[in-house]
Design a protein around this ligand. Structure first.
Ligand SMILES: [Zn+2]
Length: 484
């Protein structure tokens, strides 16, 4: 008896116990019959135009046919689901998340030190033991794969836990970050989220440790050093890159300044996370990114989350959280609402904050400009939200991020590829996921509005299929308490 079958059975029993008000459609997946999705427009994630009146056939956890009705005849006995008038896309891939963060200041006490209210050790113990709330929120928002690009060592264990779990996204993880900056507020007595890049040999040792733990990538947090340390830090980052190449592990670098981003590409970065935001990129950089086939994950909206949190703390007005499909757990929403009550913990006065806000707003324009330049030059762009940072909630944050990419000048179809196939490439999993193609894992979304018209239509989510298991979206929503 397969693990998937048992999981499905367990879920049905749980759903029955919970007196689920709507009939769950999960039962169709545990029966060993193929599923045929018939009549939708298919947006396959490859960048190809949508195919109308398509058929997608699923057997067990795999796509076995995707095309028009003549190419994919529905086999006898298949469970045929009429999805005419809908759109089928691959599940979304969020290529930049953090399971070690909470979407509020309790997970980033370096932003607002709320430790007296929420001790960091307790917060992180809960992050480690209760990842299911995020798993559900991702799936509930149509996100079927995520890449944790920086966290405590336990984040590696989420991968196996999630991989064949039809109630979780696929997870890849980099484990702890390598950096010359190691914030004391974000470490625990016996666990580290940062490995000190004290010198080149420390960098090489870090890579060997991460590789020994079968990490999916090495993540360097390349924070701009003081001017007199620049060349020394460049040398250390290059040493990390060389060892990563030797260990055959991809290198991911956080680099927000053009200079650091350029050095990162030379050091062998496979993925650059966060946009270059200090200046408009030049031709030499664009050419280097193209030549090295680097993937660029812009994270356009994450800083806006910090600003909304600070705005709330200064004004005393709770911030809005966009959660159109009721996916975010109540505990997270309650904490975010407390942003309005933490003014006494702020380490900035209003004047300092106004300056910070103005600078951030100016940089946001550069982010958008650089994305447009790199996209038009043919760079592979992947969608990533940086979920877990304050007010960048796991799951629904993908909608604003995709809309920001569209607003920056990427056509909707290109944003869809960034949020599916290219995210899978960033995870190194494009052989398995990211497109609706024969042989790939059946991770699909069914939408009631056309995402190629406007990527905001990913909010119109009717169903999520993960490893061939069909979930009506409403069954994935957070459990509302009777009071509200
Ligand atoms: Zn991040």
């Amino acid at each position: 008896m397969s693990k998937r079958f048992l999981l499905g059975l367990m879920f049905m029993l749980l759903a029955a116990c919970a007196d689920e008000p709507e009939p769950s459609s999960v039962s169709i997946s545990v029966a060993p019959v193929p599923i045929a999705l018939v009549g939708a427009s298919l947006v396959d994630g490859s960048g190809a135009a949508s195919l109308s009146d398509a058929v997608v056939l699923i057997e067990e956890d795999r796509i076995v046919c995707a095309g028009d009705a003549s190419d994919c005849p529905v086999p006898d006995g298949a469970n045929e689901i009429d999805v005419s008038g809908r759109w089928i896309t691959p599940g979304l891939v969020d290529a930049h998340v953090h399971f070690s963060q909470t979407a509020w200041a309790d997970g980033r006490p370096d932003a607002i030190p709320v430790g007296p209210l929420y001790p960091y050790a307790q917060v992180l113990a809960a992050q480690r033991t209760e990842p299911e709330r995020y798993f559900r929120a991702y799936l509930c928002s149509g996100v079927t794969a995520v890449f944790d690009v920086g966290g405590f060592p336990w984040t590696w264990s989420l991968r196996e836990f999630a991989e064949h779990n039809p109630y979780a996204p696929h997870v890849s993880a980099t484990g702890p970050l390598v950096s010359q900056v190691t914030p004391p507020a974000l470490s625990l007595p016996a666990e580290k989220m940062f490995i000190n890049l004290a010198d080149s040999e420390a960098g090489r040792a870090a890579v060997r440790y991460l590789a020994a733990n079968d990490t999916d990538a090495i993540k360097v947090w390349f924070i701009q050093p003081a001017r007199d340390m620049q060349e020394e830090i460049d040398t250390r980052v290059r040493a990390v890159g060389e060892e990563a190449r030797r260990q055959q592990v991809p290198l991911i670098v956080h680099a927000t300044e053009l200079r650091q981003a350029q050095v990162s590409v030379e050091a062998g970065a496979r993925v650059l996370v966060h946009s270059v935001e200090d200046r408009v990129v030049d031709k030499a950089f664009v050419d280097a990114v193209i030549d090295a086939d680097v993937i660029y994950t812009p994270t356009l909206t994450v800083r806006g989350g910090y600003l909304r949190m600070f705005d709330a703390a200064f004004s005393g007005e709770p911030p809005e959280v966009e959660d159109p499909n009721h996916c975010v757990d109540q505990g997270t929403l309650d904490k975010i609402a407390r942003s309005a009550e933490v003014r006494e913990y702020l380490r900035m006065d209003e004047e300092q904050y106004a300056a910070y806000r103005a600078r951030a707003t100016g940089r946001a324009e550069t982010l958008a400009t650089n994305l447009k330049i790199l996209y038009e030059a043919g760079v592979t762009i992947a969608m990533g939200t940086d979920a877990g940072n304050p007010l960048t909630v796991s799951g629904p944050s993908v909608f604003a991020e995709m809309e920001a990419m569209q607003a920056a000048g990427m056509p909707a179809l290109a944003v869809i590829t960034a949020a599916t196939l290219n995210g899978a490439k960033a995870m190194g999993r494009e052989a398995d996921i990211g497109t609706v193609e024969v042989g790939k894992i059946a991770d699909l979304l069914i939408l009631t509005a056309d995402p190629t018209d406007d990527v905001g239509n990913f909010r119109q989510l009717e169903a999520v299929i993960r490893d061939g298991v069909y979930h009506r979206q409403s069954t994935l929503r957070r459990h509302e308490s009777p009071a509200g």
